[in-house]
Design a protein around this ligand. Structure first.
Ligand code: PLP
Length: 426
């Protein structure tokens, strides 16, 4: 059979770089795996034990998700985010990726407004659905945040003014690890309300905001915001594929459409996983401590990395959540050009070859290809050992903790800093 009209969809860039560094490692090279954005932490023991006990559940759950789990998720998010969420507002699926896709798929005509830089999959998803894509280019000075003015400009540039506008906001951000201030969320909410924009608020890193107290744009625009989240990042369970959407109470038709799509595609999230997730979304002392220690560790490593990279003359903002830094090499543009490096892919290839540091080129996040920047995921350390060590140490984690638990990570950061400092880029 010779397929015709086949869609062309490339494998995600983040998976490709992982493959490349695995290959180099198999050749005996020392690699710092800062490419793949996977949580370094395992799920808590009691949640893993719950999964072991729940394997017998072989029935399909309701499409929306197991009722007890939806209840627990509603309570968890309400408590953590000071929002009024009820079980009926919650949708559980096989990861939040498919939920984001299905929200976009719920519309026959949509303009998807995506900041740049932003997570790699939004654009390919929108493209698969045939929706118009409008990029909103942010910059280092604006902390890689979009402003109401940028949003308005993007709206004005849409080709199809009748289509449903859907804005995707991610905070803490991937690839930047940065948050929106409350006033910034309020100002964006104002534009969204006035312009009838549906906001997909991707808050998958919300609970590993480094200082806790994650706030959502849904506080200011409840009727037009869908929050998406998952166990993947805060609970170290990407492979468990448990994703969550919290729908506006008034979005009755959108809910029906999403349930319809779910019932005709994945049917429900895996039942044993949902049963185990009930333990994860039970906000007891174990979960609070687990989250607290993750935040302490990520903040320590992220900030130490940030300081070393800034010292090397790179543009990087101090991290506020999650486990990413968006590293901007533009201050060294001319020196890099002199070495024949004119785009982010060439930059990352050169860095990997010279230092063993694997990064994702910013073009994958929607930046113009000649913008010399990259995402760094500071996750190449033993998360389990770090959690055990953090639990035994009260107060602020210090340099000794860093040396004992993230030596390899910091060596990678130093290798990257040295690439800039000692390779005649200064
Ligand atoms: C910003 C962001 N959104 C969504 C996802 C999708 O995660 P999942 O499908 O595991 O819930 C990811 C995963 O890397 C992500 O980084």
């Amino acid at each position: 059979m010779k397929p015709i009209y086949l869609k062309h969809v490339e494998a995600s860039q983040t998976l490709l770089i992982n493959e490349q560094s695995r290959l180099m490692q198999s050749e005996g090279r020392k690699i710092y795996k800062f490419g793949f954005g996977q949580s370094p932490f395992p799920p808590p023991d009691h949640v893993v034990e719950a999964l072991q006990q729940q394997a017998k559940h072989n029935y399909y759950s309701p499409v929306q998700g197991d009722p007890e789990l939806c209840e627990k998720i509603a309570q968890f998010h309400s408590q953590m985010q000071k929002l009024d969420i009820q079980a009926k507002d919650v949708l559980v699926a096989t990861g939040s990726k498919i939920l984001i896709f299905n929200i976009m798929a719920s519309f026959t005509k949509a303009s998807i407004l995506i900041p740049a830089p932003a997570w790699v999959s939004y654009e390919p998803q929108a493209k698969l659905l045939g929706h118009e894509i409008v990029r909103i280019l942010s910059n280092y000075k604006s902390h890689w945040r979009i402003t109401p003015e940028m949003l308005e400009q993007a709206l004005a540039s849409r080709q199809d003014k009748d289509a449903q506008s859907i804005l995707i906001l991610t905070y803490p951000g991937n690839p930047d690890g940065l948050n929106y201030r409350v006033e910034e969320l309020q100002a964006l909410a104002e534009v969204a309300r006035r312009e009838n924009i549906l906001v997909i608020s991707d808050e998958i890193y919300g609970f590993i905001n480094h200082t806790g107290g994650h706030r959502s744009i849904a506080e200011f625009y409840p009727e037009g915001t869908v929050i998406t989240s998952a166990m993947s990042k805060w609970c170290g369970a990407g492979g468990w594929r448990i994703g969550v959407a919290i729908l506006p109470k008034t979005a009755v038709e959108l809910r029906e459409t999403l349930l319809g799509i779910a019932s005709e595609t994945y049917a429900c999230a895996s039942t044993p996983l949902q049963m185990a997730a009930i333990e994860a979304y039970n906000l007891d002392e174990r979960i609070k401590t687990y989250l607290h220690n993750q935040r302490r560790i990520l903040s320590l490593i992220g900030n130490a990395s940030h300081q070393r990279l800034v010292k090397a003359g790179l543009h990087v903002h101090a991290p506020e959540g999650g486990f990413y830094l968006f590293v901007d090499f533009m201050p060294h543009k001319e020196k890099l050009a002199a070495r024949g490096i004119h785009n982010s892919e060439a930059l990352c290839t050169e860095i990997l070859a010279r230092t063993g540091v694997a990064l994702i080129p910013s073009v994958a996040f929607g930046m113009p290809s000649d913008h010399l920047s990259a995402r760094l995921a500071y996750v190449d350390f033993d998360g389990n050992a770090a959690l055990v060590a953090a639990a035994q140490q009260e107060g602020k984690l210090d340099e000794t903790f860093l040396q004992n638990n993230a030596k390899h990570t910091m060596a990678g950061i130093d290798a990257l800093a040295n690439f800039v400092t000692y390779n005649n880029l200064d």
